[in-house]
Design a protein around this ligand. Structure first.
Ligand code: SAM
Length: 257
């Protein structure tokens, strides 16, 4: 095995042991199997940053890296990858982007298809963590950047918003996404207002679930049909239901009506 291969294997073993220790993930856990199969040079950096996040909030780590969250995102990223024409690169906006895990998985899965990923969350605790976890891409001319704002305020096809440099300095940005991802639909107040304000013909990747007991879950759907009714599409490319232990996750990918 060459040096890079050895380093990747070492990183994966460390990641696996960290995960087992922290979350008692089963060995067959999909995320860590996935990590184990990837040859990402930035994996060891990622592991270091995971450790930092853990120091900040063990509960966040446990939730964000739980089996259901990871499996749901891998499913979503895989489904999107299967659909996207390979002829160009895409600007991606992630609404309710939390600690930036969807972005990480998108970069790992389809780096060549990604121009930029901008992540938006209204909770100001998450942007520094999302930037830190995706530092490899943030450092690369902000191919990844996380910003604190309410996505209900993003009503135009071209977003104009204020974000912050690592130093805290404010900077105004413009961004026109080709793809809008929201895997936090169950958390959104005024979901109808948000959906109606999205430009028609946007490629949407949407997830919700029927886990009504979840913290902050104010907009769950009873079943896939209810979710579909609240997210009308003119072209639907993918729809599906993922059965998890305690709930079902719903996924729709298509062009907004
Ligand atoms: C707990 S997290 C993510 C759960 C989800 N299943 C996932 O991992 O994609 C939900 C996030 O959505 C964010 N959020 C909810 N409504 C929002 C809004 N209107 N604008 C921006 N962020 C929002 C919350 O602040 C929170 O960080």
């Amino acid at each position: 095995m060459d040096k890079e291969g050895a380093r990747t294997e070492h990183t994966c073993l460390l990641t696996l042991s960290l995960a087992r220790e922290l979350n008692q993930f089963p060995m067959e856990s999909s995320f860590f199997q996935f990590l184990n199969q990837r040859e990402c040079p930035e994996l060891s950096d990622y592991l270091k940053r995971l450790n930092q996040v853990l120091q900040l909030s063990k509960e966040t780590f446990k939730d964000a890296y739980s089996y259901g969250q990871i499996l749901s995102k891998l499913w979503m990223v895989d489904a999107l990858y299967g659909l996207l024409p390979r002829s160009r690169r895409y600007n991606v906006a992630i609404h309710g982007g939390w600690i930036g895990m969807t972005a990480t998985l998108l970069f790992w899965r389809m780096n060549d298809l990604i121009e930029k990923i901008y992540s938006f969350d209204k909770d100001s605790r998450w942007a520094p963590i999302a930037d830190e976890l995706n530092k490899y891409y943030t450092a690369d001319h902000w191919r990844f950047k996380s910003s604190t704002l309410d996505v209900l305020d993003l009503k135009e096809p071209t977003y104009e918003f204020v974000t912050h440099r690592h130093s805290g300095q404010e900077i105004r940005l413009k961004f026109q996404p080709d793809i809008v991802i929201n895997s936090s639909c169950e958390h959104m107040e005024d979901f109808k207002g948000w959906y109606d304000a999205l430009p028609t013909k946007t490629l949407l990747v949407l997830q919700s679930n029927n886990y009504f007991q979840g913290q902050g879950h104010i907009n769950c759907a009873l079943d896939y049909e209810e979710f579909a009714l609240s997210t009308p599409m003119q072209d639907l490319f993918y729809e599906g239901v993922l059965d998890l232990d305690r709930y079902q996750r719903f996924l729709r990918i298509g062009i907004k009506k």
